[in-house]
Design a protein around this ligand. Structure first.
Ligand SMILES: [Zn+2]
Length: 173
């Protein structure tokens, strides 16, 4: 289910979607191939629906995740300024973990693979590279993220989801 502003809010069952549809609360944006018989009507099963009224979101802390780091940095490398897609970007420990740098908002910057390879496990000063902005914890609420397995999500959802994956401790720079 999407908000009025087309942001994903939550995953609901198709039965719930049809119930909301019959109440006039949502509109169907995408549908599946399969028909369903409901209230003497035959309709396609809704795949993506949109709320017709404003959704009040609760204030919550911005989740520390790859997608939110990229969003904070506007999907651009914080060293060379390259703007890329999610699969063209990685994240950099500004102070490398080998020198005590932590995996937290203030020490993680969006980075292209070239700059990441060039910087290696050095600080920007040691590598002679300059950060375009200092990483900080965002105070804004980014697009709400819903964690759904990329392998199990229906194709009809793909255009509407912001794929998220939590930062893991395996890759580093
Ligand atoms: Zn770069």
């Amino acid at each position: 289910m999407l908000s009025q502003g087309y942001e994903p809010i939550k995953v609901i069952s198709w039965q719930r979607a049809i119930a909301l549809l019959s109440l006039g609360k949502i509109e169907v944006i995408e549908e599946y191939e399969h028909d369903v018989r409901s209230m003497k009507l035959v309709i396609k099963i809704p795949a993506v629906v949109r709320l017709l009224s404003a959704f009040r979101r609760h204030k919550q802390k911005v989740k520390f995740s790859r997608v939110n780091i990229f969003a904070r940095d506007k999907y651009s490398c914080q060293y060379c300024g390259f703007k890329g897609k999610m699969d063209e970007l990685t994240y950099d420990h500004v102070v490398p973990r080998s020198q005590g740098g932590k995996t937290e908002w203030s020490n993680i910057a969006t980075c292209c693979y070239d700059c990441n390879a060039e910087k290696r496990d050095r600080t920007p000063a040691q590598a002679g590279m300059k950060l375009r902005s200092l990483p900080t914890q965002p105070s804004w609420m980014p697009a709400m993220t819903i964690t759904v397995s990329t392998t199990s999500a229906p194709d009809a959802w793909r255009d509407y989801l912001y794929w998220t994956s939590d930062l893991t401790e395996k890759s580093d720079s």
